[in-house]
Design a protein around this ligand. Sequence first.
Ligand SMILES: Cc1cc2nc3c(=O)[nH]c(=O)nc-3n(C[C@H](O)[C@H](O)[C@H](O)COP(=O)(O)OP(=O)(O)OC[C@H]3O[C@@H](n4cnc5c(N)ncnc54)[C@H](O)[C@@H]3O)c2cc1C
Length: 403
Amino acid sequence: MNSIAVIGGGASGLAAAISAASRGARVTVYESGARVGRKILATGNGRCNMTNRNASAEHYHGADVDFVRGAQEKFWVEDTLGFFLSLGVMTKTESDGRVYPYSDRASSVLDALRLKLDTLGVRVVTNYEVKSVKRKNNRFLIVPYRGESETADVVIVATGGRAAPDLGSKGGGYNILKGLGHTVTDTRPSLVQLKTETETVRKLKGIRITAEASIDGASEYGEILFTDYGLSGIAIFSLTAYLDKQKTVSLDVMSGTDKEELTSMLTKRAHLMSDVPIESYFTGMLDKRVGQALLKSAGITPLSRPSHTLTETEITRLADVMKKWEFKIEGTMSWNNAQTTKGGAVTREFDKDTMESKIVKGLYAAGEVLDIDGDCGGYNLQWAWSSGCLAGRNAALREENHK
Ligand SMILES: Cc1cc2nc3c(=O)[nH]c(=O)nc-3n(C[C@H](O)[C@H](O)[C@H](O)COP(=O)(O)OP(=O)(O)OC[C@H]3O[C@@H](n4cnc5c(N)ncnc54)[C@H](O)[C@@H]3O)c2cc1C
């Protein structure tokens, strides 16, 4: 009987293995770690934000986002929920369409996937890090760093990207695909904290505010955390999915209030706080240190004079800064802090309807190893399940046709 090798036992690899084995294929999963699915356990703060009811191509990024449409048409959110229901995983939908297991535990998702692998008789080989895959006599030779090479008729590369290397994905899949003639773009961390100039943020370390964060082309409303290296928090995390070559990130600390309203509000406040020194002008309205940092960024000095001395020009400058508080971007935090990878294997070299390589017949790729990354909110796992199930299904069908 012909065989399918799935390289990588993460979300996409396990979905691919189950999908292929359900169609009668003989499947082996090769996993570099001691256990499969370690990253799944870490997702959604241990709750696993499995998918998002609002998933559509607009929530994805990559050189050719249209590639996602193949999966969107053939195996998308409802199919994914049906897939998990067939494994016994009940789900619930929370705000913004985020879907979680009913149990609130990522381990429920992994346990169900592992149970199904067992039931289907999928062979799982752990501590087996694949170094390369070679074409040999119409078959594939799977070469590990340590141990014996094995052969397969069909290979699915589901090795993930470079994000969170401690959980197994170190970018090894890119070399495997390059060795088979595929092209891989530059990669960088996404859904990660931003490094910025530190003069202002360092003094605000540990303070959380709710604001709208923007870079050229996108904005996200939510929690912002000031740190000693830059900015963190859910809004910043989400924003980095859109990060390209932008040089600044800005915060609107009064989103929902336009500049005119804000200016009038600040003018009234100058009278209200009349004899209070400017350094306490924001007391009762904003965190004290945040208020002082805003005054400083607006160039208002000295802070010891009474609030009623604030001039019209100073108030206008303050309103400007509050609506657009700019921080120079110096980069992102490292792969260890990132949830996903921007860039990867070039998608135009794969068939979007089947995930099969257009260069090497019988080779498939799925998940984060491809140049597709999603927004924060369940979109990345959705891509992993969809592309994995499509690859597994088509790999099995291919085998059927060759029997
Ligand atoms: C902390 C954290 C939280 C996250 N939370 C969410 C969330 O709630 N919702 C969401 O949608 N997304 C979330 N993500 C992103 C999501 O987990 C990933 O995009 C998704 O798991 C990618 O699946 P994958 O199968 O492509 O890769 P991975 O899950 O990375 O799996 C790849 C597997 O391949 C193995 N491997 C790698 N190289 C080799 C090799 N050479 N040989 C053999 N095996 C190899 C690895 O050990 C790993 O097990 C989160 C990510 C992180 C880091």
